[in-house]
Design a protein around this ligand. Structure first.
Ligand code: ATP
Ligand code: MG
Length: 355
């Protein structure tokens, strides 16, 4: 597949047409910030929802910053898990998918404390009611089956600090992140109004699969264990796709509302091959779920074969992966330090300037 396909198909949403055009015309006028929680290996939802777009934007010449959101792991779970291994695996997966550490900054959130400094002024800019309205936070709180913790409630503010703290203006994300982007935009606007203009409200960038479904028909996510992993073998991928829920109607049609699981497989094929999902459906016709799944497996394995090879080779070189993080942390620290200085100046806290 070409990652071009992924970005081009995002242009089906009206807002993204202009964003796409603006980025293509002036790639260096933007900065991408995006990230993932180190809660497990990446899956096809990440790849099609955001990762391929990050690679595409990097290759267009947009500066890209990727945060490994380690503090966010403990928003909805008490055990952070094997963070060291998971962070290294994430770095290997980023590089295997095409992120280039010479151009793209990759760092763990906890290693850049300047970002957390922004939490204090940012928390003063939102209300309790605004935070409680966030539908993604509500859903994650319900799924975690525990009382809503202070960190889960405020993590969209945390995320605003990550984005704005490195000057991010474009955020390639899945649909679950849209409410958080609204919070980041609100905070940027309110900060500028209250203290003077420092921030550009960041814009989300979606793909044609902003909410890829897993094998059980719910959002593909590490937590639900319904994933097709970037690192899964070709055989395992075939078995997972064979087990994916579809329906009993033999004729394959693209109807996202009434046939979400069939539409999901069609969208995967469409994103990976550059075809419209309706055209894929028309080609399969009466071939039924078996043919649909055969084609989906083929598209996924064709795309991921080189990614898997690179992933395995990178995982065998942990020293290189650590070096990428050390370098990325130094660069992110410099960027965030500059932003924090501008925030301090705007707030009248630049006590040590000018001697
Ligand atoms: P967890 O279950 O631990 O929350 P996750 O699978 O939801 O993990 P995140 O690290 O929360 O993954 O998400 C990282 C990025 O990938 C976010 O931008 C998110 O919107 C995007 N993303 C995750 N899952 C999907 C999906 N199924 N479809 C599209 N985008 C997705
Ligand atoms: Mg998530």
């Amino acid at each position: 597949m070409t990652t071009t396909t992924v970005l081009d198909r995002s242009a089906t949403a009206p807002d993204d047409i202009s964003l796409h055009d603006r980025i293509t015309r002036h790639p260096d006028a933007f900065r991408v910030l995006s990230g993932d929680r180190p809660t497990g290996p990446l899956h096809l939802g990440h790849y099609l929802g955001t990762l391929a777009n990050r690679v595409r934007l990097q290759n267009l010449g947009v500066p890209v910053v990727v945060v490994i959101a380690d503090y966010q792991v403990i928003t909805d779970r008490s055990d952070p898990g094997p963070l060291r291994d998971r962070v290294r695996t994430l770095v290997a997966e980023y590089l295997a998918a095409g992120l280039d550490p010479d151009r793209t900054v990759i760092f763990p959130h906890s290693a850049v404390p300047a970002l957390n400094q922004l939490m204090v002024p940012f928390l003063s800019l939102v209300t309790d009611a605004e935070l409680r309205r966030n539908p993604t936070v509500k859903a994650e709180s319900l799924a975690a089956r525990r009382p809503l913790g202070g960190l889960l409630l405020t993590y969209p503010v945390h995320q605003a600090a990550d984005i704005l703290g490195v000057g991010g203006t474009v955020v390639p994300v899945g649909r679950d992140q849209l409410p958080h982007l609204e919070t980041a935009r609100l905070i940027a606007r309110r900060f500028n109004e209250r203290f003077g203009t420092v921030f550009t409200p960041p814009e989300p960038l979606l793909t044609g699969t902003p909410n890829l479904l897993g094998t059980d028909g719910a959002k593909m996510s590490k937590t639900r264990g319904n994933t097709i992993g970037l690192g899964d073998t070709a055989d395992r991928t075939a078995a997972i796709v064979r087990g994916a829920q579809t329906d009993s109607n033999r004729r394959i049609t693209f109807e996202p509302t009434s046939r979400p699981q069939v539409a999901n497989l069609l969208s995967i094929i469409g994103e990976l091959t550059g075809q419209h999902p309706s055209d894929v459906a028309a080609e399969i016709g009466d071939g039924g779920a078996a043919e649909l799944k055969r084609r989906a497996t083929e598209a996924i394995n064709d795309t991921l074969a080189p990614v898997r090879r690179r992933r395995a080779a990178l995982l065998a070189d942990p020293g290189h992966l650590t070096g990428v993080l050390v370098d990325g942390t130094a660069r992110a620290t410099a960027i965030a330090g500059d932003v924090l200085n501008r925030v301090r100046t705007a707030m009248g806290m630049d006590y040590f300037a000018g001697g």
